[in-house]
Design a protein around this ligand. Structure first.
Ligand code: APR
Length: 269
């Protein structure tokens, strides 16, 4: 690969071209955006897949509409459905990171991960070994919790002792709530990316869904997803690897020459 390697556009926009780009050492600041699709292989349902998605399976909770389970005003009047779901979703040690999570940790270990923006609340990126300072949990996580009335952590945690009797909610961003400040402060890092990977997301929820469009025009964007989503396909350097994200990531790792390293890292999780 010589220095005037044409960008992906001038060559077929394929996984091989992406692998060559990474092998050339030109991709040093990779920004990644992930969604629930990278955790389905771990046994955590995503939200919008037609039959297996969470929103298709909440009918037992007779919600006004599925998203109500993450709606703050609904939660105030009836927190039960969320608590039922939280027991389902709570990461704990029950779930093992997927090959896709292991790949992100490998990028970080090789010093190539500029930043990972995730919509997931399962903390599997951390469990896979991605350093906390390289992760922006745009929709929060179970890592912390607080009373929705006065915003403090629950009494015991804050040492106040008394509990105000308000509802305690994990620091998951509900519809109608602002995303963490870190998201807005760090999202401009997408402009610094020399490669953007988007994995396992329907890109339906803003402002997160606007992230891939923040990449510079000449920055290749690669989608690992069962289906085409967002603005993918509208830019010259978009590459779409449609199908299971673990299979796509395995193929990319193999073409780069990281197959054994990835499989070993994943086996050790
Ligand atoms: N491989 C590749 N893609 C997959 C896989 C897989 N194994 N499994 C699912 N997908 C794809 C689905 O086809 C879909 O396009 O991942 C995407 C998951 O989309 P959603 O279920 O909408 O999840 P996500 O995009 O993370 O949702 C965003 O919505 O409800 C809110 O706050 C919640 O963070 C969540 C946000």
């Amino acid at each position: 690969i010589d220095d005037d390697t044409p960008p992906l556009t001038l060559r077929e926009r394929s996984l091989t071209a992406v692998a060559d780009f990474i092998k050339s050492g030109k991709a040093r600041r990779i920004v990644v955006m992930t969604g629930a699709g990278i955790s389905t292989a771990a046994g955590i349902p995503d939200f919008r897949s037609p039959t297996t998605g969470l929103y298709a399976n909440l009918s037992a909770l007779n919600l006004p509409e599925p998203e109500a389970v993450f709606d703050l005003s609904f939660f105030r009047q009836n927190p039960q459905p969320f608590y039922v779901l939280a027991r389902e979703l709570y990461p704990g040690a029950r779930y093992r990171p997927t090959v896709s999570h292991a790949f992100l940790a490998l990028l970080a270990r090789r010093g190539l991960l500029h930043m990972l923006f995730t919509q997931n609340i399962d903390c599997l990126e951390r469990a896979a070994g991605v350093p906390a300072e390289k992760i922006v949990e745009a929709h929060g996580s179970f890592a912390g919790q607080r009373c929705i009335d006065w915003g403090g952590g629950d009494g015991a945690e804050e040492g106040e002792g008394e509990v105000c009797g308000g509802l305690v909610k994990p620091d998951i961003v509900f519809f109608g709530e602002a995303l963490p400040r870190a998201f807005f402060e760090l999202s401009p890092m997408t402009k610094e990316a020399d490669l953007v990977l988007v994995m396992g997301t329907s890109l339906q929820v803003h402002p997160f869904a606007g992230l891939p469009n923040m990449a510079e025009e000449e920055t290749p964007r690669v989608l690992f997803n069962l289906e085409q989503v967002g603005s993918f396909g509208t830019r010259a350097d978009d590459v779409m690897v449609l199908g299971d994200c673990d299979a796509g990531v395995r193929k990319l790792a193999e073409e780069i020459g990281w197959k054994d390293e990835l499989e070993k890292a994943w086996r050790e999780l």
